[in-house]
Design a protein around this ligand. Structure first.
Ligand SMILES: *Cc1c(COP(=O)(O)O)cnc(C)c1O
Length: 392
């Protein structure tokens, strides 16, 4: 009998336990110890960002970005509707209004052509979400931002190790947020980082992250006591998380290479299905080096995606859908607004299926996944083209 193939399986490099043991032995488990410092250095050298600060999650890093940019309640932030809740919530929490725009049909990233028509006198910021670790068209987004005096934040949660036009994703906007959640390429269970590319935001970022105090300066001996300076919260992960994260960050190149091998194999296995019109495979623009964060296909229009997923699960393959577009969710309706019809978003979100992708997934398993997917699509296409439904 074929074993069940899970959607995700966290990968361990083998260095996690020794590093966590070292952190325990150092008897300093609160944030900003030796392991956190090493993670900061690793992130700066990987990305070329000015500054990196570990956070408890990407959500927390996005919240820090919203705090740092100091907008007024009612100001608007343009972002795709096709993204994770935290992209919008971090801004909604500050009283800002997410304005949801459509995505490109090829990458499912924010469509630069949809941004300018959504700009109003209240617009302050554009959030670029690099879906599946494939970079947004940052050159066009930066040009629009410059023309209108807007900030650019990258939600690079999925994009650790990816590049566009030679630049590391996360190093391009004013600020960027990374995720080290269990489901991401590089993980410490729960974790994230804020990347700071505008140097004048760095000092304030340290203060916001340390409960609104200048404790970081105090620890460096720059002031003789630390005091309340600004608003802030506790945005530091513990040294245990940093120890686990360092073990993974040091293997970023190997992890990315292993994932790309799996991604490329799907691309080859599913080519005949695309040629038969049974699905559409992902498209990666030529100027993108991606990190194989996720492998998705788009099913033919009108097919019952949930039935396809249920059949795959029954045959032992955990494939899954992705976002419910934020503009159509209760929170999106309450806190944000859509600009335009968002046709590509609605259509793609309804047809998208993500396949298992984790280091260790083998060729045999991938062939089985491709077979199970093909059988499920063919079966449910046939179900739909019964005479009544065709004539209806
Ligand atoms: C995973 C993810 C997040 C949230 O990351 P956490 O570390 O779980 O807070 C935010 N945005 C995007 C696009 C994501 O994929």
């Amino acid at each position: 009998m074929n074993a069940f193939i899970p959607f995700n399986r966290p990968f361990m490099t083998g260095k996690e336990l020794p590093y966590i043991a070292q952190a325990l032995a150092a008897s300093k488990l609160s944030g900003d110890g030796a392991f956190t410092t090493k993670c900061h250095q690793a992130l700066v050298s990987m990305t070329g960002s000015r500054r990196a600060l570990l956070t408890p999650s990407c959500t927390a890093a996005l919240e820090m970005a919203a705090l740092l940019l100091d907008f007024e309640p009612g100001d608007e932030v343009i972002m795709p509707s096709f993204t994770f809740v935290s992209t919008a919530n971090a801004f909604a929490m500050r009283g800002l209004v997410p304005v949801f725009v459509d995505i490109c049909p090829d990458t499912l990233n924010i469509d630069p052509r949809a941004i300018e028509p959504a700009i109003t006198s209240r617009t302050r910021c554009i959030v670029a979400v690099h879906y599946a670790g494939v970079g947004c068209d940052m050159a066009r987004i930066l040009a629009i931002a410059q023309r209108h005096g807007l900030a650019v934040v990258e939600d690079a949660a999925q994009a650790v190790g990816s590049r566009r036009d030679g630049h590391a994703l996360g190093s391009i906007g004013e600020l960027a947020a990374l995720s080290f959640h269990d489901t991401k390429n590089i993980s410490c269970g729960e974790g994230g980082a804020l990347l700071i590319n505008r140097p004048e935001l760095a000092d304030r970022a340290e203060i916001l992250r340390e409960k609104g105090t200048d404790r970081s300066r105090f620890l460096r001996g720059e002031v003789d006591k630390y005091t309340w300076q600004d608003i802030g919260s506790s945005f530091l992960p513990s040294e245990l998380q940093a120890a686990m994260l360092l073990a993974q960050l040091e293997e970023t190149v190997a992890i990315t290479r292993a994932r790309l091998g799996i991604w490329d194999r799907y691309q080859a296995l599913l080519q005949p299905l695309e040629a038969q019109g049974l699905l559409r495979r992902p498209r990666v623009p030529a100027d993108c080096e991606h990190n194989a964060h996720c492998y998705f296909v788009l099913l033919p229009p009108g097919i019952d995606r949930d039935a396809v997923l249920a059949q795959m699960r029954a045959e032992g393959v955990a494939a899954t859908f992705h976002y419910v577009p934020l503009h159509s969710a209760p929170g999106g309706l309450r806190f944000g607004r859509a600009h335009g019809g968002l046709e590509v978003t609605v259509d793609s979100a309804a047809r998208l299926v993500r396949l298992p992708l984790w280091v260790g997934l083998n060729e045999l398993q991938q062939s089985r996944i491709a077979d199970v997917l093909a059988a499920a699509i063919i079966r449910h296409l046939t179900v739909q083209s019964t005479p009544e439904s065709v004539s209806a």
